[in-house]
Ligand binder design. Structure first.
Ligand code: PGA
Ligand code: ZN
Length: 423
């Protein structure tokens, strides 16, 4: 099969935070037409692939992406159209080579990932397969529907409250199927809203659709969550609905330590705090518990809690195969968050996931806090069989688009397995 691009076009659209991002459309020589939307983060790792923004203060406060769109419509389009490629992976390699930098800073990681997502979608269409099936075939993985992780309380840079921990997620580990997991997430979300209202808290939403109450102590949020899980008729814990945390600790790192709810903590004291949290609450996974520069702390965190809970790297790993390889060698974490735009191509994303699989590190495919209606990640999580996904709350169209895509996949193939990846 040859993949020949007849037309490639990018346009500046809006993401879910009213900031500009890219939509890329790709038409193949045989008339297949696909589209991709580019996600964008707010609590970004410093080693992420570099998003190109215009910096022109007269438009969108400098956040415009006309330059990145221009790169797709100009240089990238010229290099890729009219040429036959053996695969979407070959297109990814051509993009990496054309950009020529380690961080995709020249053409822009946002431009490159938009083209990459579209190329993989086009290749699946040409093969006459669903995207998740196609990704599984290329990656050599066994498809599996992932356990959704619903971010129902937002803090950190995603909300205007005083809560330092960024994400509190519901993980319906005990649900027998994907639709039942979605149902559990939505039912607990509704009970949480009722509890917050009854306690006099505002129920406004943060960037990922979770509530953003004026609570500062993470333990107070966890108590509310356990109560809401119980109110909804589920058992808090692995047999029902467990909890996953993404403190996003790089964002509350100060000099040598961390500042949580007004308290200064050393790395070791913050690990103690996590241990107390794990003792007291049904928390099964902690992402970015420490800052991206605190590698020694990460080694200690993994030693102390890695046998009990999933210790996941996001900002510290940035879906980068080389950094993940180094982390595996240094026994840092036991799991990686996977975001396509952190590294910039689907090929490198699949490589990061392969490295994790081979080392026994679990993986969770993730959205960004700035999203579009594109649900590529639902197919990516299913096709790679990694068993976990996070896409925000069971509310707001751009979040729900991913969960609804998973429901559609489940409906289309009743034989598909569901749940955490086992070994
Ligand atoms: P971001 O946050 O998309 O704003 O980077 C998500 C996360 O930290 O997991
Ligand atoms: Zn994170």
């Amino acid at each position: 099969m040859t993949l020949q691009i007849a037309q490639l076009h990018a346009v500046e659209i809006l993401d879910s935070r009213a900031r500009p991002t890219l939509a890329v459309t790709l038409t193949t020589a045989d008339g297949t037409h696909v589209r991709a939307g580019v996600p964008s983060g707010a609590s970004t790792g410093t080693r992420e692939a570099v998003e190109l923004r215009d910096g022109d203060q007269a438009r969108y406060h400098g956040q415009g992406v006309l330059g990145a769109a221009g790169n797709v419509n100009g240089e990238i389009s010229q290099a890729l159209t009219g040429r036959g490629f053996a695969s979407a992976a070959d297109i990814d390699r051509a993009l990496i080579e054309l950009d020529g930098t380690d961080t995709k800073a020249r053409l822009g990681a946002n431009a490159i990932i938009g083209v990459s997502l579209a190329a993989w979608r086009a290749e699946a269409a040409l093969a006459g397969q669903e995207l998740w099936q196609h990704l599984a075939r290329i990656a050599g993985t066994t498809p599996r529907l992932p356990v959704p992780h619903f971010n129902v309380v937002n803090g950190g840079v995603h909300a205007p409250n005083d809560l330092d921990f960024q994400e509190f997620m519901l993980a319906p580990l005990g649900a027998p199927s994907l639709p039942e997991a979605v149902r559990a997430g939505a039912e607990v979300y509704a009970r949480l809203k009722a509890r917050l209202s009854a306690a006099g808290y505002a129920t406004g939403l943060g960037d990922e659709g979770g509530f953003a109450p004026a609570v500062a102590r993470p333990e107070d949020v966890l108590e509310l969550l356990v109560d809401a899980i119980t109110d909804a008729g589920y058992t808090p814990g692995p047999d029902g609905v467990a909890i996953a945390l993404d403190p996003a600790a790089s964002e509350f790192r100060h000099e040598d330590g961390y500042r949580v709810a007004g308290e200064d903590l050393t790395s070791e004291q913050l690990i103690d705090r996590y241990e107390q949290i794990v003792d007291r609450f049904p928390v099964w996974s902690i992402e970015d518990g420490l800052g991206e520069d605190d590698w020694e702390g990460w080694v200690r965190l993994t030693e102390r809690l890695g046998g009990r809970v999933q210790i996941m790297g996001d900002d510290i790993f940035v879906t980068n195969p080389a950094i993940i390889t180094e982390a595996i060698g240094r026994k840092v974490a036991n799991s990686a968050l996977i975001k396509v735009n952190q590294i910039g191509t689907v090929t490198e994303t699949l490589e990061a996931m392969r490295i994790c699989r081979e080392a026994g590190y679990t993986q969770m495919v993730s959205h960004r806090s700035g999203e579009t209606e594109d649900a590529f990640i639902a197919d990516l999580a299913t096709g790679t069989g990694c068993g976990q996904i996070k896409s925000g709350a069971p509310a707001r169209g751009e979040r729900v688009a991913k969960y609804n895509r998973l429901i559609a996949i489940a409906e289309s193939d009743p034989a598909l397995r569901y749940g955490l990846a086992t070994g």
